[in-house]
Write a protein that binds this ligand. Sequence first.
Ligand code: ADP
Ligand code: MG
Length: 317
Amino acid sequence: MNSKRLGEVGEFKIIEKIREKFLKGSGVEVGIGDDTAVLKVSNSKLLVTVDMLVEGVHFLPSISPADLGWKSLAVSLSDISAMGGKPLFSLLSLSLPSHLPEKWLDDFLAGWRELAELFGVSLVGGDLTKGERIIVDSIVLGEAEKPVLRSGARVGDRIYLTGSIGDSSAGLHCLERGLDYPNLIRKHLRPMPRVKEGIRIGESGKVHSMIDISDGLVGDLAHICEESGVGAVIYSDKLPLSADLLTFCREQALSAKEFALFGGEDYELLLTAEADLAEFFEFPLYEIGEIREGGGIFLHDNGEEKPIERRGFDHFR
Ligand code: ADP
Ligand code: MG
């Protein structure tokens, strides 16, 4: 049935196939098939984000196509959530080697669709080219009445996280070394963007600044501090750490706090607001620190306070 290589299937058949698999959702007047998509937008603000994932740079060639499909969409959904927005539509540009089996594409699209359907996000277009390696470029459009920016943090704000961090980078560590910690690996391969939380936070109007954890807590908090012209302190004993991460670090003699502070790709939301914020939401928020005057990020650890060097991931270093 689908034992062909993509080179034998051909561009137009591939687009037809994608079109068949994705239904036109609400707000989509014209989806795949014309020169542009035609979308209905409301009176609120339009959010637009794009993320490129390149084989060998952002994912290991061994990743399963379904996991790649899921993750490519997850990173862009997370950006919309980090603005306090609601994701609506997506576009998908692919560079694929012609020797890839047709089944690879089917599985990739199934992973993408699984996540898209969870949040009612329609695929409305994209682009396709033959290339030497796999490149996935994912675009998501969303809306928010009052987007939550990185630049809104105020001195005295408390710093909150929507969930535990460090698992994804620990999962990557396991994948690279052949260690068997399936829960951590799953967090790395199938991150769950905080879409519902992002929408609720946006609607509440109570959050002053927000970002999603893609580079690591310290690196991402530094973005908030720089954009807002403030500093911050993190209390190391308040970092939310999962039982899986703690077990893994105990067994492997590694530091869970290191993974939590510097590991990326957890896609939890990091936000700042007044002290009573957690009361307003039905989902948990973990208070991990406070916004201060001046620049720099400090770590409060074992009764001592020290500046922390930023060590997030940087593509060009
Ligand atoms: P054009 O030459 O006008 O750019 P294409 O032949 O590239 O048109 O695409 C035809 C239609 O198929 C367009 O609606 C485009 O958005 C859609 N499309 C192309 N590639 C993809 C893809 N990877 N995923 C979803 N839709 C796609
Ligand atoms: Mg085109």
